[in-house]
Design a protein around this ligand. Sequence first.
Ligand code: GRF
Length: 195
Amino acid sequence: MISLAILGSGRGSNMQAIIDAIAAKSLAADIKLVASDHADAPILKRAKQHHIATHWIDLNDHKGRFSEAAQEDLANHLQSLAIDLVCLAGFMRIIRPPLLNAFPERILNIHPSLLPAFPGKEAWKQALEAGAQQSGCTVHLVDDGIDTGPILAQTAIDILPDETPASLHRRIQEREHRLYPQAIQDYALSLGLEG
Ligand code: GRF
């Protein structure tokens, strides 16, 4: 059984997809903690509805920054829970050495583009504005860059002639919800984590 922590700042639809995959037994994992830098983030509310432990990353003592000290605190908390993999799902903060070094090659992210194309914010909009023919989503390991770590899995979709940013975002997210749980399962297997 893989012990997961999920970090998110927003809606939590990818967390929901992970919960659903666990319920459907296509992902042999246990979500030990869902953490957010926003106390009122929907992802925390949803996690509570599923009786999953939640944690608010309180940055008030860090001038609102996800400082090295704050990352060390979170790393210690996650290590005390014996977390195998940390899954970022819409977590809008940059991960720094205290957390990276506590979980080397154990932090995953899902990004709404075919990386290395269009890292950063609103990647679906960037793809449309650049006139790309295809877009999609990528699961990758997190390193100290922004959306730069080694790629674990990708799904491509064609951009339709009448595509809008909203429609492309929605279509990419549908694919994310299938890709992320599968990529977590495959990566955990490759590490020999599932037992
Ligand atoms: C996803 O589209 C993901 O690609 C990006 O942030 C979004 C999170 O959405 N990194 P949700 O909170 O999982 O609904």
